[in-house]
Design a protein. Structure first.
Lengths: 279, 241
């Protein structure tokens, strides 16, 4: 059965993030109008990297079940990890974990179990700052992802198929990205085709939509385009999504609207699951 | 490991997940034949510091008579004490704050009656299993009864107590005859065991034949190679008189 190979340190998979950093990302975010879309994207990628790290974190360090890359596209296409990881295409998750740009000390309010509220300090790693400028070469970004993953699959031919998560407002300026997406989804390891998932960060103040099954339920042409570019969830991920509480049909695609894709990390199996909310 | 007292013999076997180092084994087992208490536990792979928690749980169970709720708080305090005060990187700190998670299964046998039979009482959280075999029959399956019930989200016991937190514990009791065997297994082996039993085989025969200090690891690797056993930490405890 495809999409069933065990994730391990000797046979890791890859998470490749495509981040829209174009000027349109400075427009307000539909979900929170006082916030630009670029901030929504930075929040999203920071949460994704944090959750990916925590999925692999053990007492003695990070287990490299994943290799991670970030491709930014705003004006030009670039490998967008910063600091010590600048310009690197793919790095093991352990390196991502130990090399954020900074670790902020934040506080949150928690229930003290006795009817009161406690202020709890916690560390919050930041890898990405919001940025917005230039045009939107999404086709070129998807093509670059295809090149990076061709190399990764040559290195790990039996891997769980790599996952590409594109976070964008869907307004490509270098053509129709559907063909590039099709080529990306054609890449295969022995366990199945590359999975291409899209998160649409929109200016429309429309309620979030997660993992739809038809494009008819989406509010605008950009959302419908990103939906068509997205992979249909394979049966093993459909089952995992159902277990996580999503309503899933055979045509459900890896697409979310004004929401993030952090839940996708929970669809992957590295062993006994701890039932709790993502951060 | 093998210990004998006047009444009960027990043996424990373990093997880490293939590809993991021995120190990465996160199950645990313990036996206290004098008190007739035995336990296994399976630290959850997605939590950190789980091996320490699984070990505390099995040791706590076999060493401490009485109700679990009476000693659980003390164990949690010990887990916290063992690990607090260290300078941790951000991700380990988050994991420490979340707590460690483990399944656990403990069984206590009562004093022998005049006909040498005994009562037993088992307590479980999650999918670590107990099987009772009498002569050539599988008499008891606890707490899971079918192979298809296993998944990757078992009930777990957390090393931190939280407001509103509910842990689903299950209890079972039964009678023990002098020639009975109790087999305790963590999930991968327990699932294999039930699959075999459901297919009409007699897996207890295989377990009794292949679970020796010399042959256990080779047998588990054979099952993994044949893909009949999920790649996971494996723990087995056999109790007989």
């Amino acid at each position: 059965m495809p999409y069933s190979v065990e994730l391990s340190r000797t046979n890791p998979t890859c998470f490749l993030f495509l981040i829209d950093q174009s000027s349109s990302m400075a427009e307000p975010f539909g979900g929170q109008p006082d916030k630009p879309k670029a901030e929504g994207v930075a929040d999203s990628i920071n949460r994704l990297l944090q959750n990916l790290t925590l999925k692999c974190a053990k007492a003695d360090g990070i287990r490299d079940y994943f290799h991670v890359g970030v491709i930014g596209y705003g004006g030009r296409v670039n490998f967008a990890l910063g600091g010590d990881l600048a310009k690197q295409q793919l790095v093991p998750i352990s390196l991502v974990a130990t090399k954020p740009l900074r670790v902020e000390q934040r506080t949150r309010k928690v229930d003290d179990g006795a009817g009161g509220i406690l202020e709890q300090k916690f560390k919050f790693p930041v890898w990405f700052e919001p940025t917005a400028g230039g045009r939107t070469p999404m086709c070129q970004a998807v093509t670059t992802a295809t090149q990076v993953l061709t190399e990764f699959i040559a290195r790990f031919p039996t891997c769980f198929p790599p996952l590409v998560l594109n976070i964008s407002d869907g307004k490509a300026t270098d053509g129709n990205p559907e063909l590039a997406a099709q080529n990306l989804r054609k890449l295969t390891s022995t366990d199945g085709s590359v999975l291409f998932f899209n998160a649409h960060i929109s200016s429309s103040p429309v309620r979030p939509i997660e993992f739809p099954a038809t494009e008819g339920e989406l509010p605008d042409p950009e959302a419908r385009l990103l939906f068509r570019m997205s992979s249909v969830l394979p049966p093993s991920l459909q089952k995992a999504a159902t277990n996580e509480g999503f309503r899933v049909e055979p045509t459900t695609r890896g697409f979310v609207f004004n929401a993030d894709l952090v839940s996708v990390i929970r669809f992957l199996d590295i062993g006994t699951r701890v039932t709790q909310n993502l951060r | 490991m093998s210990t004998t007292d006047h009444a009960l013999r027990w043996q424990g076997f373990c093997l880490p997940k293939r590809g993991n180092r021995p120190e990465e084994y996160e199950d645990a087992f313990a036996g206290n034949p004098a008190a007739c208490r035995f336990a296994i536990a399976d630290g959850a792979s997605e939590s950190a510091f789980a091996a320490e928690w699984a070990r505390l749980l099995v040791e706590g169970y076999v060493q401490t008579p009485g109700r679990v709720r009476d000693w659980l708080a003390g164990l949690r305090a010990r887990w916290h004490e063992q690990l607090s005060g260290r300078e941790l990187p951000w991700y380990a700190e988050v994991k420490f704050e979340e707590g460690a998670f483990s399944t656990v299964l403990g069984v206590t046998l009562g004093a022998p009656r005049s006909d040498r039979s005994r009562r037993w009482l088992a307590w479980a959280v999650g999918d670590s299993c107990l099987f009772q075999v009498r002569q050539d029959e599988l008499l008891v399956r606890f707490p899971l009864t079918y192979a298809e019930e296993f998944g990757n989200r078992p009930d777990l016991l957390c090393s931190r107590s939280r407001a509103g937190q509910k842990t689903r514990e299950t209890l079972a009791r039964g009678d023990w005859h002098p020639d009975d065997r109790l087999l305790l297994m963590t999930d991968a082996l327990a699932q294999w065991f039930l699959q075999q039993a459901e297919a009409g085989h007699r897996p207890w025969k295989v377990v009794e034949e292949r679970a020796t200090a010399k042959t256990f690891a080779g047998w588990v690797e054979e099952l993994r190679d044949a893909k009949t056993l999920r790649n996971d930490d494996v723990t087995l405890v056999i109790i007989r008189s």
